[in-house]
Design a protein around this ligand. Sequence first.
Ligand SMILES: [Zn+2]
Ligand SMILES: [Zn+2]
Length: 163
Amino acid sequence: MKAAILYQANQPLQVVDVEQEGPRAGEARVRVMATGICHSDWHIMNGDWPLPLPMVLGHEAAGIVQEIGAGVANVTPGDHIIFSFRAHCGHCLHCSTGRSVLCDGHQSVRWTLLDGSCRIRRGSQDIFQMARLGTFSEAVVCPAEMLVPIRKEMPWPQAALMG
Ligand SMILES: [Zn+2]
Ligand SMILES: [Zn+2]
């Protein structure tokens, strides 16, 4: 699988082959159909936001669910989805009062999966995923709670913009 990786601020992204582990419990693998570039990606690329690297950037995208891990009930393979760059645990105070955008139910950093581990490797090196997504990639393994199903007639570029 190919992904565009930032190894160092102010250097071009490198489009390279990487290995991707499949979804663990609560996660899904999504084939990316369209992704936007946001100023947040640019902040990381130009060094404004010094985050740990290497990282696959990209967090506003849409795609097709390919595979789901154990216990996933909100999406099924074949679903068209928009990625949400905020996780929402479903049971913190904010989630349970309908303001999941403020979710604080997860303690892990926002550039790994929820259990703090990575799903992308290149050789022996772990590659981080921006906003737990990293959509500058042919496929994304991420928490299934970050996937919002959409109708299949929604065009991909517009769906990515919603993200
Ligand atoms: Zn953004
Ligand atoms: Zn929450």
